[in-house]
Design a protein around this ligand. Structure first.
Ligand code: NAP
Length: 290
């Protein structure tokens, strides 16, 4: 069993860190809002640090799941940051969804200090984190990935190295690009059914097993019909992710017209007050339009 630090106890991080403790690892956590770290430590019999530096000292592995690029820089860098507390044997695994740019920065900064950095964004949402069945898309050196993979098994079901540093984040971008169009299509289908006077549940029952079916359809149609949007992956996070996808598409010369359009639709959802609604709330926008 390993000494593992976990930084960021949000919707995803709190249960992920819990799985590490349940797997028998010695876990020390850090959370910006310390009361959450205290509660986690009490519930799981682990420890917590007042700063990232304090939490990571002596750890073999440091896992991190915060919000965006700037949050990741804040947690890693500076005199109280994680990098100040890690030794050259430590492997840092970042589960935050961030840009390829910050990943390259922190990978290089790590190399200068002898710290290994694995980018490892996740998909599977809140339920995936709570049930320990996340998909984890990794980039980084073979040896660092091979060492970290058994630790990630505590909360991952499908874990894969896609290439050198940054490949995990690029794969997560593909994931988000694919989801954006599917959610909009499902929203339009359910909205049309409502307007046409059909029973949405009966419609999904008959079409979900055919070519129109999707994970989104099977797992979100009921709450979309019921106008409930509290599945955890917030619209603000989706806009962050789509922004990263669109910036990267410019850099690599890819054309993402549908992704750009759906990003604007999510902007409308934010204006409706939906920043923390889950991503299936695109249907709210259609309902608001009439
Ligand atoms: P969340 O619930 O908002 O939690 C964010 C965590 O990051 C909190 O622990 C927060 O601390 C911490 N944090 C934010 N800014 C910070 C800063 N500047 N310094 C230190 N700590 C900071 O977010 P989440 O839903 O767990 O998502 C985390 C990441 O996973 C995001 O990149 C998201 O895109 C990605 N993701 C989420 C899902 C999902 O379904 N939720 C699925 C796949 C990927 P406080 O408690 O102090 O606010």
């Amino acid at each position: 069993m390993a000494k593992v630090a976990f930084l960021g106890l949000g919707v995803m991080g709190y249960p992920m860190a819990g799985h590490l403790a349940k797997a028998g690892h010695e876990v020390r956590v850090f959370n910006r809002t310390t009361v959450k770290a205290e509660a986690w430590a009490e519930a799981h019999g682990g420890g917590f640090g007042a700063t990232p530096k304090e939490a990571v000292e002596g750890a073999d592995f440091v896992m991190c799941c915060v919000g965006n690029d700037d949050d990741l820089r804040q947690v890693c860098l500076g005199e109280d940051g994680a990098y100040a507390g890690m030794s050259s044997d430590t492997i840092f695994v970042d589960h935050t969804t961030v840009s390829a740019k910050v990943t390259a920065e922190l990978y290089a900064e790590g190399q200068a200090k002898g710290i290994s950095f694995v980018d490892a964004p996740v998909s599977g949402g809140q339920a995936g984190a709570e049930n320990g069945v996340l998909s984890i898309m990794c980039g980084g050196a073979h040896a660092s990935y091979d060492a970290a993979e058994p630790i990630m098994q505590a909360y991952g079901r499908s874990i894969k190295r896609l290439g050198e540093s940054g490949a995990g984040q690029l794969t997560k971008m593909v994931n988000q690009i694919c989801i954006a169009g599917v959610v909009q299509g499902l929203s339009e289908g359910l909205h049309f059914a409502e307007k046409a006077g059909l029973d949405g549940r009966a419609v999904v029952d008959v079409i979900a097993g055919g070519a129109a079916g999707s994970w989104q359809m099977s797992n979100r149609y009921e709450t979309m019909i019921d106008d409930e949007f509290d599945h955890g992956f917030a619209v603000d996070w989706m806009r962050k992710d789509l922004g990263i996808c669109l910036d990267t598409a410019d850099e690599v010369g890819a054309s993402l017209p549908l992704t750009a359009l759906v990003d604007q639709f999510y902007k409308d959802v934010q204006k409706l007050g939906g920043s923390r609604w889950d991503t299936s709330s695109l249907i709210k926008r259609l309902r608001a339009m009439g």
